[in-house]
Design a protein around this ligand. Structure first.
Ligand SMILES: Nc1ncnc2c1ncn2[C@@H]1O[C@H](COP(=O)(O)OP(=O)(O)OP(=O)(O)O)[C@@H](O)[C@H]1O
Ligand SMILES: [Mg+2]
Length: 316
């Protein structure tokens, strides 16, 4: 077994065909490869779902061996500002593409740019449009100003389906000669929640502890509670047993060392699966939203979580 290289890199798909769970995106990207041309692209979606991977695979297929000379990755949130970003783009765009008609500039975290910086970027995109194509990557396309959006073909990368994660993990397990038990697979899919990077990292960390990966191993290496622990805590609160639910919360915060945000996210996921009347669920989700906001804004996590449990414990 080789633990030197992170599996996320070792198993990053080199070809578009190796990208899993994205049939429509892959098909559109392949049509650009066939035509040897493409518009500017905007890739929007959460972390670890294939945005950088697809950009790299597209460049490899578009340019073949010379892809390195024709592809530049720049982080838009460079703390030295948009001018540095533009300088880098200018330098890169100045020389001719080798073996193609244009070069590709992959701009990561483009939603970190302020609207002013985006306007500056928009001009840069226009100046170099004959020699460069931009692929902008962001978490939220709504944070990209409309004039940039309208210059790009938009690709939405949603969370990956569990089936896609399973397919890739099985492939890795075969290759690494490890056994992943069904309970281990279920646990990783739950923890990953559509994020392939998290899935691969969790499996690699678990594999470091043992060759047979089961649920126990997975939860040992992850900063997630088991769904049952969250359900028990919620149920204790809802049935009016506030002190019991508080004890369970303590064990998650102190013994497991989970963060408040992680816990509230898991509570949110679990609510929909509880056997409760719809009205009550709606009300609970409303309350979770309020407490999550306060938590993220920096208020004391224990107080917020206890307050949430107290609200769950109150009969309406
Ligand atoms: N659709 C996919 N098919 C196969 N592997 C994937 C896929 N998506 C992600 N991966 C794996 O997860 C790793 C991380 O993915 P990637 O770098 O593409 O994420 P990203 O969408 O760019 O995330 P971020 O917004 O954090 O930059 C890749 O190295 C690859 O191993
Ligand atoms: Mg990325």
């Amino acid at each position: 077994m080789n633990f030197e290289k992170p599996w996320t890199e070792k198993y990053r798909p080199a070809k578009l065909d190796d990208v899993v769970g994205r049939p429509f995106i892959v098909e559109r990207l392949k049509s650009y490869v066939e035509r040897k041309n493409m518009p500017h692209l905007l890739f929007a979606g959460p972390a670890g779902v294939g945005k950088t991977t697809c950009a790299l695979a597209l460049a490899r297929e578009m340019f073949g061996d010379s892809w390195h000379q024709n592809f530049q990755e720049t982080n838009a949130s460079d703390e030295r500002g948009i001018n540095v970003v533009r300088e880098r783009i200018k330098d890169f765009a100045r020389t001719m593409s080798i073996g193609g008609n244009f070069k590709i500039i992959f701009l990561d975290e483009s939603d970190a740019l302020t609207p002013d910086a985006q306007n500056a970027l928009r001009r840069t995109m226009e100046i170099y449009t004959s020699t460069c194509r931009f692929i902008l990557s962001c978490n939220y396309s709504s944070k990209i100003i409309p004039p940039i959006q309208s210059r790009c073909a938009i690709f939405r990368f949603g969370p990956l389906p569990d089936g896609a994660i399973e397919e890739k993990l099985n492939m890795i397990a075969d290759n690494e000669k490890i056994v992943i038990k069904e309970s281990g697979m279920e646990a990783i899919k739950y923890i990953a929640d559509g994020d392939m990077r998290k899935a691969e990292n969790t499996m690699q960390a678990a594999a470091f502890l043992g060759k047979d990966i089961d649920e126990d191993l997975v939860y040992q290496v992850s900063s997630r509670a088991r769904p049952e622990e969250i359900v028990d805590m919620i149920n204790a609160a809802i049935s009016g047993n506030f002190l019991a639910s508080r004890r369970l919360l303590d064990s998650l915060l102190i013994e497991k060392g989970l963060s408040g945000e992680d816990i509230i996210t898991q509570v949110h996921r679990q609510i929909l699966e509880l056997e409760l009347p719809e009205e009550r669920k709606v009300d609970l989700i409303d309350k979770i939203g309020e407490h999550e906001f306060r938590l993220v804004e920096g208020s004391n996590e224990r107080i917020q979580l206890e307050a949430l449990l107290a609200r769950l414990a109150k009969k309406q």
